[in-house]
Design a protein around this ligand. Structure first.
Ligand SMILES: Nc1ncnc2c1ncn2[C@@H]1O[C@H](COP(=O)(O)OP(=O)(O)OP(=O)(O)O)[C@@H](O)[C@H]1O
Ligand SMILES: Nc1ncnc2c1ncn2[C@@H]1O[C@H](COP(=O)(O)OP(=O)(O)OP(=O)(O)O)[C@@H](O)[C@H]1O
Ligand SMILES: [Mg+2]
Ligand SMILES: [Mg+2]
Lengths: 256, 256
């Protein structure tokens, strides 16, 4: 198995980082070799795993500006089989620094090619935008998972995502496939959540996962302890939903 | 009264658009002339006011690429005294199109200077990033409001915001002042929310507003009806919190 999965949505706060960290953790617990790439200058995936790029020099910014290579920047995490390629706020400067580089969007894909042989899955956490970093995450991937928060404004953004997927596939990465929409932050008490789920299942019946991730405060608490949910609270409803979804994701991807 | 207020935070989904639309609506109801500038290609502020840039050509992208001027792109909304300068997904291309323009960050400020005379307040809704659009929103403003969701990852991003404010003030806009942190999406049932409020009040006692915006589903429903909360459900807890906060904001800003 060799896949590169980019978790992306330009809408902010829809659960991209939470999905990337949990997918990475559960794949690793199934004895797959996994690399989590924090492609966001906010570095939330890095801090959700209890570390920070300040601890040492090697981070994604160093890799993408040619100061180091991806293999040496990867570091182990508290989860066996899960490595992290950390990010730092420096990454925000990349768009400006690479503004005269015609191939800027291809750098991440090239750098990760060296790591591919060591990992079954590379999971990329994208920032909330459609700029250079977000596009390079899509170029480096063969699969895209799009978390969609169960709220109206997140629903609106789905068309924009599909547009950019089409454009990236036509111009930069013909192998890119949509691995599906994951409904997140579902609040069973609100009509709004149920309506968004219905809309998504109606418009994208083939591409919306069965598993829905509930709003569960334990998922929001875990990053403040620097632990993935599977270590922070393995039996909370949010953790179990991600475990269930990881199985559904693998069934869909690995059996085609 | 003449102020330009930018609502900004690179963390996604913290309530920037909700804050911009509600601040704009309540200031307009107090007989102030207000312009809401949708500086985000997602165009959530535009659709929250029941319109879309597809309806006609003039939007912020047209203005910033010199195809039209700001005054002609502004349009009235369903709220008297509240105009909108709409955005569209085209805006996402700006960063790439202006990559060789050394003054790109100054364009929004220059364009809005023509409108300033017509409005008491210009409210700018920023995208979740620290790229060209977000920086230009900060350059065009004299005041910054930073919504902070009552969750751990949002707390982490506050240092990055203060860094970029300092940088913008030093290099591009010496008049820029922090108008304060607004705590949003507060859920009284969770310890996490209470802890974030305590942390913010401890670290930024002078800069954190007294008013806290609760998580209230009516605020999330309003955009799906294309109405600001004050028209959709004027007495819901979320709407009243924004009304209260607008008064606190004015007291702090206008009386210095
Ligand atoms: N299912 C869930 N239940 C409860 N809280 C959640 C859940 N998923 C995410 N969160 C919390 O909601 C907030 C937004 O999630 P997250 O940061 O993962 O989104 P994101 O899309 O990565 O945001 P950004 O656009 O800033 O990168 C965070 O505080 C996170 O802890
Ligand atoms: N106080 C609130 N109570 C309930 N829902 C809210 C509240 N504030 C915002 N929301 C909802 O939460 C989601 C995120 O809010 P919003 O879109 O305003 O954040 P944002 O910071 O502008 O996001 P982005 O980073 O994508 O620009 C939206 O679906 C919005 O309707
Ligand atoms: Mg994230
Ligand atoms: Mg917004």
């Amino acid at each position: 198995i060799r896949h590169r999965v980019c978790i992306t949505n330009q809408k902010g706060g829809v659960g991209k980082t939470t999905t990337a960290v949990n997918l990475g953790s559960f794949l690793a617990r199934q004895n797959l070799a996994v690399l989590l790439v924090d492609n966001d200058p906010q570095s939330n995936a890095t801090s959700s795993l209890g570390t920070s790029a300040k601890d040492d020099a090697d981070d994604l910014y160093q890799v993408l500006t040619g100061r180091t290579d991806a293999v040496s920047a990867c570091r182990p995490t508290m989860i066996p089989n899960l490595d992290l390629l950390p990010s730092s706020p420096n990454l925000a400067a990349l768009e400006f620094e690479l503004r005269h580089d015609a191939d800027a969007e291809l750098r991440l894909a090239r750098e990760l090619a060296d790591c591919q042989a060591r990992y079954n899955y590379i999971v990329i956490d994208n920032p909330p935008s459609l700029g250079l970093l977000a596009i390079s995450g899509m170029v480096a991937a063969d699969l895209l998972v799009v978390p969609v928060q169960c709220e109206y404004l997140a629903l609106e953004g789905v068309a924009a995502i599909l547009d950019s997927v089409r454009r990236v596939r036509q111009s930069l990465n013909p192998d890119l496939a949509l691995a599906g929409f994951l409904l997140t932050l579902f609040d069973a008490r609100t009509r709004l959540s149920r309506e968004v789920v219905e809309e998504m299942r109606r418009h994208f019946p083939e591409d919306t996962y069965e598993t829905v991730i509930p709003r569960a405060v334990r998922l929001a608490e875990a990053p403040s302890h620097g632990l993935p949910a599977v270590l922070y609270d393995p039996v909370s409803s949010g953790t179990l939903a991600y475990q269930l979804w990881t199985a559904e994701f693998r069934a869909r991807i690995e059996r085609g």
